[in-house]
Design a protein around this ligand. Sequence first.
Ligand code: GLY
Length: 338
Amino acid sequence: MTERIEIRLDLPDGRSTIVLVGRGVRSELADSIPQTAARVAVVTQENIDVAVDPGTPFETFYIGDGEQFKNLDTVGELCSAWSKWGLNRADCVVAVGGGMVTDVAGFAAAVYHRGIPVIHVPTTLLGQVDAAIGGKTGINIPEGKNLVGAYWQPNAVFCDTETLDTLSPAEWRCGLGEVAKYNWLGGRDLAELELEGRIAACVRIKAEVVASDEREAGRRALLNYGHTLAHAIEIVGSHDLKHGEAVGIGLVYAAELARQMGRIDAELVAEHRRIVEAYELPTQLPAELEPQDLLKAMGRDKKVLNTGLTFVLLGTDGLEIVRNVDPGLATVAMEALR
Ligand code: GLY
């Protein structure tokens, strides 16, 4: 069964983003290519074996695999190759791959000719429930991850679950961290759903949040629940935790911190542990990660807008952004995860 979700945004050109979720949905790609397009640039990686048919003459452009290729050089090379091929603003880009591909191709599409239509075909769980949805694009610079980017909404997103058949267990865990997060964003029944229904439910939650706050003036930041510590874990120290695993730890940490601050009770913290463990994600901080290093990294998080340590935390009114958190309490909460 195909699920269809529309993300209604107040875009200047009046369009919205259509997200299709289901097995084999990418076969409907041709119907979403703009009628003005005479050619389609498909952007992917060599190791991604997912064929698409845009129904319009197309050429495939490969980018490198790995965070070290998520940079301005790759965007520059992509734009030069597109230009030599004759791609113009009436044409279209189709990104086929995980978060790295949709981030890089999405950003290149945002800046090429000052903006060219883009369609995403995310091939990872993380991409389908988060990265490819909502129009955030970005690349890394030596000073930090995703520090250069743009909001550029895709015309359509095809969450084809057939592309997940060959996903490695590590890649699944990457996405499961995000799925777990949605539990506290209105997705309490997610665990009861089949894969397609679960992905569609996550997309619906994110669509509603993004439609209300595309540029993250406030509410969209709630989608980063569990991510402040997760991003710090990813930056600091040597370990082999994947993004989703770091988010699992970050969710339990956010609950512990909220309890230390008197915002929630122990039962809600226990619920966080139960949900994260149900997705077979870790809930303990690796011993080699030093609290001081994690604190420093959390202080540099992109959500910190000159407002001291900033977290998304639960309270009596649900999730909210809490600024100027006491570093002492933040450290004590970390000890509860040892
Ligand atoms: N991944 C969080 C967001 O798209 O806002």
